[in-house]
Design a protein around this ligand. Sequence first.
Ligand code: ADP
Ligand code: MG
Length: 349
Amino acid sequence: MKKFFAKFIPARRFMGLISNDIAIDLGTANTLVYVPHRGIVLNEPSVVAVKVNTNVVLAAGKKAKEMLGKTPESIIASRPIRDGVIANYELTESMLRYFIAQANNNRRSLIRPRMVIGVPSGITQVERRAVEDSAKEAGAREVYTMMEPMAAAIGAGLPVHEPTGSMIVDIGGGTTEVAVITLKNPVFCRSIRVGGDEMDSAIVNYVKRKYNLLIGDRTAEQIKIQIGTVLVEEEIQRMEVKGRDLITGVPKTITLTSIEVNESLLETVASIVEIIRIALENTPPELSSDLVDSGITMAGGGSLLRGLDKLISRETGLPVHIAPEPLLAVVYGVGKVLENLDFFREALM
Ligand code: ADP
Ligand code: MG
C-alpha cells in the first residue's frame, strides 16, 4: 500500500496526508505553529476577538490585534494569556482551536495529530490541564507540554543533552523565563511576570506623568521597538508620539527621545538583570564554570531591545548571545522535540 502511494506521491506529501502532528508555541504575545516537513505554518499575535457573551470567534491573530482598544460594545478583542498565565480558559481554547484549524487548512487528517505545546514555566497544574484539554478538544490524539525556556534552548541550538551548563533567558510579552539546563533537565528555572508588556506600560506611565499625555499600549510598543534602548551612550533618537491630552482632552503630539524611553525602562530592565543574577547564584559550581565559556543565550522578542545584551553582559561579566531568530526559538524547539519525541522525552513535563 505504502509502496503504491510512494510511486505517485512524494514521501513528505504522503506523511502529510496521514498525519498532521503539530508543535505550538503558545506565547503571551505570539502563537506560532510548526508542522514537520512544512516548517512554521502560522505566526500570529495571541489575540482573539469574539462576539460579546459568546465564544464565537470573529477574528484571531493580526486582525484581532488591530481591533485591540478599538472595538464597539458588541465585540471583545482580548489577549487570553496574560502575564504568562491563562487569564481566560474559554477564549484560550477558542483561539487555539482557530489557529490549529488554520494551520491544518481547516481539514482533518486521517490520524488524529500528536501535539507538543510550549507553555510558560510558571504555569499551574490546573492551567496546564486546561491547555491540554483545549488541544484535545481541538482534535489532538496525544498532547505533550514542555517548558518554554527548555524549548527556547533547544530551538536556539544549545547542547541541552550534554553534561554541560547552558543558560537561556527568554524575554516574552508577559514573562521573562530563565533556565540553566544540563542533560535535558533544568537545574534552575524561574519565571517572573515582567517582559515586553511591562516595558510598554512603563512607557505609557512615563508619558502620562511627564507630559499629561495618554497613549495606548500599541503606541507604546511601537515607541519601544523604534527608539527603545537600555544604553545611554548611543546617538539620541527621536519619535513623534500622538495621544490624548489629559488636561484639555484633545489629541496632541509630542516628540519623545530615546533618553526618555531609556529612563522609563530602567526598572523593568533591573528586574530582568536581577532574575539572571539569582539564576547564576543558584547554579552549581561545575555548571557555573561552563557558563564562563558558553555564556548566556537570549531569546524572545524582548531580547531585541537595543543594548540589552550588552547591559546583561556588563552586569554579569559573561558573554551574551542573542539566538539567531529570537522570536522563533521556542517554536523551533517544540518542533525539534516533536520530530525526536523519544530522544527528548525527559525534556517534556
Ligand atoms: P511571547 O513568547 O510572550 O509570545 P515573544 O517572544 O513573541 O513573546 O515577544 C513579544 C514581545 O517582544 C512583545 O512585548 C514585543 O513588543 C517585544 N518585541 C518584539 N520586537 C522587539 C524589538 N525589536 N525590541 C524590543 N521589543 C520587541
Ligand atoms: Mg515565548
